[in-house]
Design a protein. Structure first.
Length: 189
């Protein structure tokens, strides 16, 4: 069962407002399902939107940030847990250790670095956690085409594109998560 989700995504919001809306809705969905959000600890971009949304909806948010990025990524205040580590390598290892599944929303080369390392570890059998991609308006289509090209050219196994599954929307992710947590009752019927 998925109790925690590692999120890779941009430290910017990008030009398409649909991506920001997706990050906000993701944070809310994770909180509603009782799934902890594990992420890089920043308060900027899509990652900050997802974290604040999860917190506002009563969710658990675990941030993991290298000391050197405390200022650059403007560490998000008020998280359920904040782990400050020395290096990016320590960050990635601890994020993986804290999560049951991995989701990448739109981002730049940092997001791709984290995603590719997770995919490499999965290919090598270091972990067997599901890896999902989600983004509005076909964001990941070029990446999936590139992965297919690598395999077609003989540089990767034919199943390389299947190391990360494309999810069309939050409903598809919701089907993979635990059911919503019912609101607390006062004990009266």
């Amino acid at each position: 069962m998925i109790r925690s989700l590692l999120l890779f995504c941009g430290s910017r919001t990008g030009h398409d407002p649909a991506q920001a809306a997706l990050a906000v809705a993701l944070g809310r969905l994770l909180a509603e399902r009782g799934v902890a959000l594990v992420y890089g600890g920043g308060g900027v971009g899509l990652m900050g939107l997802a974290a604040r949304s999860a917190l506002a909806a009563g969710g658990t948010v675990i941030g993991i940030i290298p000391q050197a990025l405390m200022t650059a990524e403007i560490a998000q205040a008020g998280l359920s847990e904040m782990h400050v580590v020395a290096t990016l390598h320590e960050r990635k290892a601890l994020m993986h250790a804290c999560a049951d599944a991995i989701l990448a929303l739109p981002g730049s080369i940092g997001t791709l670095d984290e995603l590719f390392e997770s995919m490499t570890w999965r290919e090598l059998g270091i972990h067997d956690k599901p890896i999902w991609l989600m983004g509005a308006n076909g964001y990941w289509t070029p990446l999936l085409a590139l992965l297919g090209h690598l395999a077609a050219e003989g540089y990767a196994p034919p199943d390389l594109p299947r190391l990360a599954a494309l999810l069309p929307d939050l409903a598809a992710l919701g089907a993979l998560l635990p059911p919503a947590i019912p609101p607390p009752t006062d004990g009266h019927s």
